[in-house]
Design a protein around this ligand. Structure first.
Ligand code: GLV
Ligand code: MN
Ligand code: MN
Length: 407
């Protein structure tokens, strides 16, 4: 399936040119270039005979009714938003491959109807809360999310309206009640498969994540006239906490934590920082250890603040439990790997995926492809054409098994 693999990679590269920033791939939720991505995907979906719509949260959805309407429906796809200065394949490859699977289902006359979705938001970059697209399809979009504001001052509701959509119709984005499964193909985004010289693996579960912001409020003052002993510096309090977070998770094991973004007021070289917000992204396969670690890290923050005369507040943005994939669909996928001659390697995903939200709505399975160099969330992100071919072979076998298993 070299031709199909190359076509999927070419589509990812074409989508990568739709960016908010010249020379870098940055495509946040419902940013202007998303219109161009939709145009590319629509053209391809139309050529495949799919009916296409954009739901009220901005997910592009193409339906291919290959079989009678009463046949079961499989949802395929992934997300098209990116982190800043991203690579070309995180999320997008899952959409490109979903379209190849429609081609395959058409040619093979498989007894399945397919809905391909390009989820509008998975990364949580624009509003600090991830999975806006999949939440809507899973019927789990809390209307309070509409009031969230990004750093540009625009709310989720305004972003949706500015894109030409109607937020009051979000409830109608909830997936077809007869959905029978979701299958997401995604790059691993880590070094495991490469280290084992494997092309693909079955995902058995996705780690839980906490996201939020620790806000430090001290006293802004003159950098030259305020003696060190009289300062209440929000920046140094935040810095001490960031290092404490790192030390804690290294010692605790089984956890990863990232303090990836800070916002500073007034953000001037000659002013002691008055306010600092530091994001925390905390993940673990075991929910209990993540919840306990969060409690401890918040406590450490309070202790630092008290000692430094800086007030501290934790603002939670996400508390997502670890999610197992569906046993039955995952077993079908494992059987497909074996039938296609690949070792039935099973792994846990350290990255979050739309699959973890859809899993609450419908049986869900996920397939990982090797990430060369283990690089992701970075412009150096890549895929090998042989691994994309492997995903196509296995996906084709899985579609066949799925279509006969549900009859
Ligand atoms: C999504 O890419 C994540 O941050 O896990
Ligand atoms: Mn992704
Ligand atoms: Mn990502």
């Amino acid at each position: 399936m070299r031709k199909e693999a190359e076509r999927a990679i070419a589509l990812c590269r074409a989508i990568a040119t739709c960016s908010e920033e010249p020379g870098r791939i940055t495509r946040r939720y419902l940013a202007e270039p998303v219109h161009a991505v939709h145009a590319l995907l629509r053209a391809r979906m139309a050529a495949l005979g799919m009916s296409v719509r954009v739901d009220a949260v901005g997910n592009l959805r193409g339906v291919w009714m290959g079989r009678p309407a009463h046949a079961k429906r499989l949802l395929l796809g992934s997300h098209i938003d990116t982190v800043p200065d991203a690579g070309a394949f995180d999320g997008v490859l899952g959409v490109a491959l979903a379209l190849e699977f429609v081609e395959i289902a058409r040619k093979e006359k498989l007894a399945v109807n397919i809905e391909v979705v390009a989820f509008s938001e998975e990364e949580g970059v624009r509003f600090g809360v991830p999975f806006l697209g999949s939440r809507a399809i899973a019927g789990k979009f809390d209307v309070e999310l509409l009031a969230l504001r990004g750093t540009d001052g625009v709310s989720v509701e305004e972003a949706i309206r500015n894109f030409g959509l109607r937020p009051e119709e979000i409830a109608q984005a909830d997936s077809h009640p007869e959905l029978d499964g979701f299958f997401e193909v995604h790059i691993e985004q880590g070094p495991v498969l490469e280290s084992e010289d494997l092309s693909i693996a079955v995902v058995e579960s996705i780690v839980g994540q906490t996201r939020g912001e620790m806000r430090f409020a001290g006293t802004a003052n003159h950098a030259g006239t305020t003696p060190m002993r009289l300062r209440h510096d929000a920046m140094t309090a935040a810095a001490e906490w960031m290092l404490a977070v790192e030390k804690f998770v290294i010692e605790a094991k089984g956890l990863v934590a990232t303090t990836g973004k800070i916002e500073v007021e007034p953000n001037a070289g000659n002013v002691i920082a008055g306010r600092v917000g530091v994001t925390l992204d905390l993940r673990a396969a075991q929910d209990e250890s993540r919840v306990e670690a969060l409690k401890a890290l918040i406590g450490i923050g309070y202790e630092i603040g008290k000692r430094r005369g800086v007030s501290v507040e934790w603002h939670s943005k996400l508390d997502q439990s670890a999610v197992p994939m569906d046993e039955r669909l995952t077993a079908l996928l494992g059987a497909s790997l074996e039938a296609c001659g690949y070792p039935d390697r099973v792994m846990t995903s350290g990255a979050g995926h739309d699959a973890m939200v859809l899993a609450a709505r419908t049986p869900t399975a996920m397939l990982f492809l090797r990430s060369p160099g283990g690089v992701s969330h970075h412009p150096g992100e890549n895929v090998r054409v042989e691994d994309v071919e492997a995903a196509l072979h296995v996906g084709k076998d899985f579609l066949r098994r799925f279509s006969s298993a549900i009859r």
